[in-house]
Design a protein around this ligand. Structure first.
Ligand code: UCC
Ligand code: FAD
Length: 615
């Protein structure tokens, strides 16, 4: 008897095991630290309503928005240059999910909440908390929201009249039909950091007091916006553009006419980007864009700085939110993935890896909330001078540190021998804006690398956070400028606020080593600043990045201690503070001792980078 031929007419067998996927749960209810932060700080009369809003929004994120965010990634924007009849139209075509995000953003008041000020000085904490749970599911719609918020802030600071009043109402409204978004066009081909020398756009005055702008904007994100703030150069008496920073003014422009066609703008092309693919980023030729000057002549950069403050805080939101989300998903997965005889969450080495990510994220989160709190206080008119100084300093510090953050190994308090002519200790500092997210992807093994899990895009989108809105070095120089300009008052504010935060931990034995570490770092910082005062400006320039990192780590240490000193704090809060404070909190002092900022260092660095082959 012959055997039947097996499987000829059956489907091939693919096995019976399928890994359970990590589920996104309500990102507000899953976030113990956010909830504790709100309970610790918010007045009881507003806590309930803010919690209810965030819990409800968290539910909406899981059920409705996360999938829309993925659709934005899957259907990136396209540029249609010509219509079927050969007419130039330059339409930026976005997907329905992107349009839906605009509607939801208005309904949820994601910009409006910052201006309605329903919760007084806590309104910004509320708004940023909402954006923080939304951001990883937003399909990068948080990018236009950031610029919209920044534009509203600039307009509010100028006072509203004429078209600006209408614009402000639209940027800050909850009605999806009326809601506008704004662009922020600063970067031209010659420079995005060096705006003063890079801007070639000229503003030609018109008889009615308005202007027409001619130039080329090299990067313009969320180019489907309704309006923009941008920089342009006015002409001197001889009819030539005025050069330098003093030649730049700030302009307001509505970019489309009633029919939705662009006014005096050609879209050259859409950018082909590593990440942020959901967002249309374009190169624009301004060919007579009608505009209103809103700053006084030559005060363009100073006037747009309010926008930079807001967008840099939003950038911090995105950085911290990405870290938090990958941990939330990673810990979910670790409870489901079974390897070597037990669940991942039972493998101590895996959990140690996640704990390192968690410590990073906690420090970053508290710094984000601190900056939001200070912004809210300033906007409610209750901030002290000290707090305004702190806000100015901590905004670039938070942006640059959280964008770059998350390189885990430095957390170990290991010190590496640095064998150069100058003996010293070298604290390892391989840097990577994406390190927590990158480590987070590894937590899913091979699946973390698979596009259809939705995870890889988190890494791609994280990479931009240290580049746009000011690179790490440029912001480090901004930190220097801010310190230098204030005659010592900003640094004094920094010291005073930290002392206040450490006070909260007095008498708490478990926190004593951490308090000591922060105090020790503060005194090293003081020694550094004192020593640097007598050195050439190039010395501080070389130290700028390490100095900014030191400010970030020290301040985050103080915030973690303050958090852990709360009477309802958990053992984990104390542990997080302890772990944070075990690292080198003042790398600028360690690297000073290694001679990295000395006059001969640039030459050595240049030789290293540009070494040529001997033959
Ligand atoms: O990248 C962009 C959009 C991306 C998409 C949106 C992302 C949203 C967040 C993510 C959410 C998903 S838009 C392009 C962003 N571009 C930058 O960030 C530029 C980076 N470069 C700088 O920041 C430079 O430091 C410059 C451009 C500010 C340097 O210009 P100047 O002209 O050389 O600067 P000066 O002379 O130092 O400063 C001119 C004035 C001074 O005031 P006065 O004249 O009163 O002494 C400064 O104190 O501007 C003041 N100023 C500031 N004030 C400069 N920066 C600031 C500041 N940050 N805060 C307050
Ligand atoms: P460069 O200034 O050429 O920097 C190159 C390198 O030099 C960097 O490592 C930088 O840190 C370093 N460097 C520069 N100056 C110094 C210095 N003085 N000392 C030490 N190091 C220095 N711009 C807009 O205006 N609007 C937008 O909507 C917008 N969207 C963007 C979207 C995306 C996806 C990207 C990637 C960029 C976008 N940008 C936008 C541009 C962005 O803001 C700039 O690219 C950024 O500010 C850096 O400017 P740059 O490209 O001229 O770099």
């Amino acid at each position: 008897e012959s055997r039947p031929e097996l499987g000829v007419f059956s489907r091939s067998s693919v096995g019976t095991f399928f890994q359970e996927r990590p589920l996104l749960k309500n990102p507000f209810l899953e976030d113990a630290l956010l909830q504790k932060y709100l309970s610790r700080n918010l007045p009881p009369q507003i806590l309930g309503s803010i919690r209810a809003d965030l819990a409800q929004f968290g539910e909406r994120i899981v059920k409705e928005l996360d999938i829309l965010g993925q659709q934005c990634e899957d259907s990136p924007p396209r540029l249609q240059h010509y219509d079927a009849w050969g007419c130039r139209v330059d339409r930026i075509l976005t997907c329905p999910a992107w349009a839906h995000m605009k509607k939801i953003s208005a309904q949820e008041g994601l910009v409006a909440a910052g201006y309605e000020r329903t919760y007084g000085e806590w309104s910004r904490v509320f708004q940023m908390s909402k954006l923080y749970i939304y951001s990883p599911s937003a399909g990068l719609y948080t990018c236009p929201l950031a610029m919209t918020d920044g534009a509203a802030k600039v307009i509010e600071s100028f006072g509203m009249s004429g078209p600006l009043e209408n614009a402000f109402q639209r940027l800050t409204c909850r009605d999806p039909q009326r809601f506008w978004t704004s662009g922020q066009w600063m970067t031209e081909r010659k420079g995005g950091s060096d705006v003063a020398n890079g801007t070639e756009t000229v503003a030609i005055p018109q008889a009615d007091g308005t202007y027409k702008l001619y130039g080329f904007k090299w990067f313009t994100s969320a180019t489907d916006a309704d309006m923009t703030l941008t920089l342009g150069r006015e002409l001197n008496a001889e009819g030539f553009p005025k050069q330098g920073s003093k030649g730049l003014s700030l302009f307001y422009a509505e970019v489309r006419d009633e029919q939705g066609n662009l006014k005096g703008i050609e879209v050259q092309r859409l950018k082909d980007k590593l990440g942020t693919r959901q967002v249309p980023t374009a190169e624009l030729l301004l060919d007579g864009l009608p505009a209103h000057r809103i700053s006084s002549e030559g005060r363009g950069v100073a006037s747009i700085s309010n926008m930079l403050t807001i967008t840099r805080i939003h950038n911090t939101v995105s950085a911290v939110a990405a870290m938090r989300r990958i941990i939330q998903l990673g810990r979910e997965y670790a409870a489901k993935r079974f390897v070597f005889g037990k669940f991942l969450r039972e493998h101590a080495l895996h959990v140690q890896t996640m704990a390192r990510m968690e410590v990073e994220t906690r420090g970053a989160f508290l710094l984000l909330m601190e900056v939001s709190r200070l912004l809210g206080r300033e906007e409610s008119g209750v901030a002290s001078e000290l707090e305004s100084h702190l806000l100015r300093l901590l905004t670039p510090v938070a942006k640059l540190y959280t964008g770059k953050q998350s390189e885990i190994e430095k957390r170990d308090n290991r010190q590496y021998k640095y064998s150069r002519t100058v003996p010293g200790l070298y604290t390892k500092q391989t840097q990577g804006a994406v390190a927590v997210v990158s480590e987070g992807l590894e937590c899913f093994g091979g699946q973390g690398y698979m596009e259809d899990t939705g995870l890889p895009r988190m890494l791609r989108d994280a990479q931009v956070l240290s580049i746009w809105e000011g690179t790490t070095n440029v912001l480090s120089l901004d930190v220097l400028r801010c310190l230098a300009k204030s005659n010592g008052e900003v640094l004094e504010a920094f010291y005073l606020e930290i002392k206040i935060k450490l006070e909260a931990a007095s008498g708490k034995q478990a926190l004593a080593p951490s308090v000591m570490a922060v105090n020790c770092a503060l005194s090293k910082l003081g020694q550094f600043v004192q020593a640097a005062a007598s050195r050439a400006p190039s010395y501080l320039e070389l130290a700028a990045r390490d100095l900014s990192y030191s400010l970030a780590r020290i301040y985050m240490g103080a915030l973690l201690i303050e958090n852990a000193a709360w009477e309802r704090a958990s053992h984990s809060d104390v542990y997080a503070a302890t772990r944070w404070c075990q690292q080198d909190l003042c790398p600028v002092m360690s690297n000073k001792d290694s001679g990295w900022y000395n006059p001969e260092a640039p030459e050595d660095d240049a030789m290293l980078v540009y070494e040529v082959s001997p033959n």
